[in-house]
Design a protein around this ligand. Structure first.
Ligand code: DP6
Length: 381
C-alpha cells in the first residue's frame, strides 16, 4: 500500500542492472489504488497547473481489482520516452500530463549508484537527452468509465518514477502535487485511508497538495460496494466537463464559495468519530450536488443514467427500513455507483442490490457477478 511503502526512502525499491548491450538500467514496479471522493473536486481555477476551485476529500479503496500497476525502466540505451497503456502504445510527446509528471520527478532526482558501483549524477540521470524512460501501465478496471482510473494511473506513475529516479521530496507531500498535475484526483491516491486535497491559495500551486487525514486502519468497519452500471467510456471527460461547468454553472460557483468548506470540516469530524450516519448523509448530499451542478451546466452534462437513479432510490429505501443511514451512495463522472456501508449491513445490502438487479444470464455464477471486498487497506489485517 502506498501509505506503508512511503516509510521506505524513495528509490529503495528500485533495482539496477545491465542490458545485453552493456548499458545500465534502473527499474521499478508499483501499484496504486483508486480513491472515491466524498466531497467532490469539480472545477479548475488554473487549467495549466491543475488547481481546483475547492478542496476535496476521499477514501482510498483497497480492492485488488481497482488498481493501476506500472513498471518503469530508465536507461541511456533507450532512444526516447515511451509509454504503453493497457497494451497499446501512447504518444508521450502528445501527452502534456505525462510530460509534466516526468519533468516534475526528473527535477528532484538524486544521484544513483549502479550495480557495478559507478555513480550516475542526478543531473545526468534526469537529463532526457541522456537517460529515457520506458513505461508500461495497466488498469485492473474499465478506463475512463468514471471509476477514477486517472487517479490510480497518475498516482502510480508518479510513485514508480519517484522510485527509479530516487526522487527527494523537497517538502512533505510534494509528490502529491506532481501527481495532481497528471490528474487532480490522483493527488489523493498516494495515501491510504481518508485523504484531503487542499485547494491552496498560491498562484504557482505550491500549496495545492494532498495529505492524509486518517490512516487506513482508522475505520476497518467501513466497506464499499462498487456497482459497475456501465464499463463504457464516458461521453464528457472530467476536464472538458469542468471547464464548461466553471464557465456556466451558477450553482457550482455557490458550491465552491459557500458549501464545500463547512462540509469538509463536518465530514472529517464524522470520519474521525466513525459516525456513519453523518458521514453517509454528507456523502450522498455532496454527490447529489455535484450532479446538480452538472445539470446546471449549459449545455447540461448527464453522468447518471436510469440504473444509477434506481440505485439511489434503493439505498434510500434500505436506509428508511433501518430507521437510520446505514448505506451511502456516491457517483463520479459516470453512471457507476459506489456505496459505502459498514460490515453489519454489507450482506443485506448486497442481497438487496442483487434482488433488484438479477445476475445476467451471460455470467456463470454469483461469484463472477459479485465482487465485494473491504473498503480500507487495513481491513485486510
Ligand atoms: C468527479 O481528477 O479526473 O471524480 O484533474 O481533469 O484529471 P482532472 O480530473 P479528475 O476529476 C475527478 C472528478 C470527480 C470528483 C473527484 O474525484 O473528486
Amino acid at each position: 500500500a502506498a501509505s506503508t511503502a512511503a516509510a521506505a526512502p524513495l528509490g529503495a525499491t528500485s533495482t539496477t542492472g545491465t542490458l545485453a548491450s552493456g548499458e545500465p538500467f534502473v527499474t521499478a514496479t508499483f501499484s496504486a489504488p483508486t480513491n472515491i471522493a466524498v466531497i467532490k473536486y469539480w472545477g479548475k481555477r488554473d487549467v495549466k497547473l491543475n488547481l481546483p476551485i475547492n478542496s476535496s476529500v476521499s477514501v482510498t479503496l483497497n480492492q485488488d481489482d481497482l488498481r493501476a500497476m506500472t513498471s518503469v525502466m530508465i536507461s541511456p540505451a533507450f532512444e526516447k520516452d515511451r509509454l504503453w497503456l493497457n497494451g497499446e502504445e501512447e504518444d508521450v510527446s502528445k501527452s502534456k500530463r505525462i510530460q509534466t509528471v516526468l519533468a516534475g520527478i526528473r527535477a528532484i532526482a538524486t544521484d544513483r549508484t549502479l550495480a557495478d558501483g559507478t555513480v550516475v549524477p542526478a543531473a545526468e540521470l534526469a537529463d532526457p537527452s541522456k537517460w529515457r524512460a520506458h513505461i508500461v501501465s495497466a488498469n485492473s478496471f474499465p478506463t475512463a468509465a468514471g471509476l477514477a482510473s486517472s487517479a490510480a494511473g497518475y498516482a502510480c506513475l508518479t510513485r514508480v518514477l519517484a522510485e527509479v529516479y530516487g526522487a527527494a521530496e523537497p517538502t512533505p507531500n510534494a509528490l502529491t502535487a506532481i501527481a495532481r498535475q497528471g490528474s487532480g484526483s490522483a493527488s489523493r491516491s498516494l495515501y491510504g485511508g481518508f485523504v484531503r486535497w487542499n485547494m491552496g491559495a498560491a498562484a504557482d500551486g505550491s500549496d495545492s497538495f494532498a495529505e492524509q487525514v486518517a490512516t487506513a486502519d482508522h475505520w476497518p468497519d467501513l466497506e464499499v460496494i462498487v456497482c459497475v452500471v456501465s464499463a463504457d467510456k464516458k461521453e464528457t471527460g472530467s476536464t472538458a466537463g469542468m471547464t464548461t461547468s466553471v464557465e456556466t454553472s451558477e450553482l457550482l460557483a455557490h458550491r465552491a464559495a459557500a458549501v464545500v468548506e463547512p462540509r469538509l470540516s463536518a465530514i472529517e469530524a464524522a470520519y474521525t468519530a466513525r459516525d456513519f450516519p453523518t458521514f453517509g448523509a454528507i456523502t450522498m448530499r455532496d454527490s447529489n450536488q455535484f450532479h446538480a451542478c452538472c445539470l446546471d451546466t449549459f449545455p447540461p452534462i448527464f453522468y447518471m443514467n436510469d440504473v444509477s437513479k434506481r440505485l439511489i432510490a434503493l439505498v434510500h429505501r434500505f436506509n428508511a427500513k433501518h430507521g437510520s443511514i446505514v448505506a451511502a451512495y456516491t457517483f463520479d463522472a459516470g453512471p457507476n455507483a459506489v456505496i459505502y456501508t459498514t460490515k453489519a449491513h454489507t450482506a443485506a445490502l448486497l442481497a438487496t442490490v442483487m434482488a433488484h438487479f438479477p445476475r445476467p444470464a451471460a455470467l456463470a455464477s454469483d461469484a463472477e457477478y459479485v465482487s465485494s471486498a473491504p473498503a480500507l487497506e487495513a481491513a485486510k489485517a
